[in-house]
Design a protein around this ligand. Structure first.
Ligand SMILES: [Zn+2]
Length: 269
């Protein structure tokens, strides 16, 4: 598809997303939507500290990606080079999919941010075996397209089982792609790290040499963003202790609190 065609398609997708948000359709998420979101009851927050702030969340991958190899292997722009549209993501040794984890944590984060007055938009609003994408270029461009102040991309890692802990990823400063957002994105990544530290989630034992910070140039989601962006690898799905946190409601709520704390630190609100 031409760039123009792709942009038109993306614009239509965004309009469709806004329309679908307005009509609040049922979401697909392995069946426990009601129970998990019900645990995050709306709360009154004095002054709604995030009123007027629009935030983009990117739950990595899509549950059905593995069912659509041709679609997700298609090459897309990634910031001066091309990469496959998407990947399948990883899973715990027990088979709990990263796409599902990312989606559930993103919805918990969205609920908490909304309680604080923010407007929150997700790059995907469903988690289904019958769906794929969106591609990484669409995810990268999403924040600017919807007028968000920042984008947080949620992922979890698949590393050797002896390693554990979270790390944050910010884009390197590389002209013309990320020079405008590199500093703010690094600040966002460090604020998210502080949020995780404050919430008691352990830092990565295998990335960043104790800093839990990685600066990368190879990720389209970061390279194509025109708003401050950071990616979170909230833990190692192949590690038993991290997997336990990821597969329990209590653990996912902790991750969500950490993300929200980080965003609030970055915004200083
Ligand atoms: Zn991932």
């Amino acid at each position: 598809m031409s760039r123009r065609g792709r942009l038109v398609g993306a614009a239509v997708a965004v309009v469709g997303l806004v329309a679908s948000l307005a009509s609040a359709p049922p979401l697909v998420d392995g069946g426990d939507r009601v129970s998990e979101t019900a645990a995050v009851a709306p709360v009154e927050v004095a002054g709604s500290p995030l009123a007027g702030v629009r935030i983009a969340l990117d739950p990595g991958h899509q549950l059905g990606n593995h069912n659509f190899p041709a679609e997700i292997h298609r090459l897309v722009p990634a910031g001066g080079f091309e990469k496959p549209c998407n990947t399948t993501g990883t899973q715990t040794n027990g088979g709990y999919a990263e796409a599902t984890l990312n989606f559930r944590v993103a919805r918990l984060v969205r609920a908490r941010l909304r309680d604080l007055g923010a407007e929150v938009l997700l790059t995907r609003t469903r988690n289904s075996e019958s769906l794929w994408g969106p591609c990484v270029d669409v995810r990268g461009e999403f924040g600017a397209k919807v007028g968000a102040r920042l984008t947080v991309s949620l992922h979890a890692d698949g590393a050797p089982s002896g390693d554990h802990g979270f790390h944050v990823i910010a884009p390197t400063s590389r002209s013309p792609w990320t020079t405008d957002i590199a500093d703010a994105s690094r600040a966002l990544a460090l604020a998210l790290r502080s949020g995780f530290d404050a919430t008691g989630v352990p830092r990565s034992t295998y990335v960043g040499g104790g800093t839990a910070l990685s600066i990368r140039s190879d990720l389209a989601t970061l390279n194509l963003s025109d708003v401050p962006v950071a990616m979170l690898e909230i833990g190692n799905m192949r590690n038993a202790s991290d997997a336990h946190r990821m597969t329990t409601k209590k653990g996912r709520a902790r991750y969500a609190r950490a993300v929200v704390k980080g965003i609030r630190l970055y915004l200083d609100r």
